[in-house]
Design a protein around this ligand. Structure first.
Ligand code: SAM
Length: 315
């Protein structure tokens, strides 16, 4: 069929899990297994037992799209995690410091949670919410394999979490990767395995699909505004694997208008040049990816931060 012939084939991205092995250790092991560094080929043209290093994120490697890693010892011992490059942006730009307290609001199956855990050097704490029990079970298994020790999985609806609850009073960083249409996912059928069951991937009816996108956008804005209500939260990163403006720029624009405590961070991932569609003032502060050009899934990231509190000058 047409959509299969036109499918974009992405390289196989892997993230080095620095909680188990360093970048150098993994590269040495790959070389010992007979892999060769190919710094020359275009990412979409990698062939054979070769790998490349990513130019943006130091712990990302790319391999040929058809490489079989399922029984690779580095995968089995948690040294590497199969994860698209773009899906590593949220934890990377959130950059929660060691010993901080974080929430991953829609966390399962937990790829971004384990990445955030690595960014924090396995210190501090991450409350990882998901309301799907089966998927939260996968998160527990995956984050254990990744050697994460700072994650507490919590079964529940993030929107119902009480920001005044004492357990969350020290939360300063929130990663929010809510259900989305999944319209940015291309290139690999196996992405579907990991995909949110509520995705519209096979939606054919255009009107139903549009209504669904708007319903998702409504949930997405509510979730961001809820994240802003945690008393000590400083930064919230919002992401989707959707290409629709309705779930991306429009959601960001709407929440910026709806409140005045949080703004877009000025300097989120400045070395990434593909920015938001010019749909509102400041849209260049958000990040987009384009599968054909960036060799990763279509993705969107916005980093919000609390405005510096104005100094009270009343005598
Ligand atoms: N961040 C995950 C990762 O990188 O592995 C992928 C998250 S997936 C896009 C969205 C998840 O949000 C699904 O697992 C879904 O069950 C969960 N979800 C949807 N609505 C939710 C809610 N109100 N509260 C908590 N989790 C929710």
């Amino acid at each position: 069929p047409e959509h299969i012939r036109n499918a974009i084939i992405l390289p196989r991205w892997v993230r080095i899990n620095t909680l188990v092995a360093s970048v150098d250790q993994v590269i040495k092991k790959l070389l010992a297994m007979g892999f060769v560094l190919d710094a020359e080929s275009h990412p979409s043209k990698l062939k054979g037992k070769v790998f490349q290093r990513d130019q943006h994120i130091p712990e990302m490697l790319l391999l040929p799209s058809n490489i079989d890693l399922h029984d690779n010892p580095l995968l089995l011992n948690g040294s590497i995690i199969i994860q698209d490059k773009a899906s590593c942006f949220p934890a990377y730009v959130l950059n929660a410091p060691r010993k901080s307290v974080c929430i991953d609001a829609c966390a399962a199956p937990g790829n971004k949670t384990s990445h955030l855990s690595a960014v924090m050097g396995n210190t501090g704490k991450i409350f990882a919410f998901d309301m799907d029990k089966r998927r939260l079970g996968i998160l527990s298994k995956m984050t254990k394999r990744a050697a994460c020790k700072n994650i507490e999985p919590v079964l529940g609806d993030f929107l119902s979490v009480d920001p005044a609850d004492q357990r969350y009073k020290e939360v300063e960083y929130i990663l929010l990767d809510p259900s989305c249409s999944g319209s940015g996912i291309v290139g690999r059928m196996d992405h579907l395995i990991d995909q949110d069951p509520t995705s519209e991937e096979n939606e054919t009816d255009a009107a139903a699909s549009e209504a669904r996108v708007l319903a998702l956008a409504d949930f997405q804005s509510k979730a961001i505004l809820h994240a802003f209500t945690f008393p000590k939260v400083k930064k919230v990163v919002y992401s989707t694997c959707s290409k629709h403006r309705e779930e991306n720029e429009d959601v960001v624009h709407k929440v910026l208008e709806a409140q005045s405590d949080f703004v877009l961070a000025e300097n989120a991932f400045p070395q990434w040049t593909r920015r938001g569609l010019p749909l509102f003032d400041g849209s260049s502060k958000v990040i987009r990816t384009e599968p054909k050009e960036d060799n990763c899934i279509g993705f969107f990231v916005a980093l919000f931060e609390r405005k510096a509190t104005t100094i009270d000058v009343t005598p």
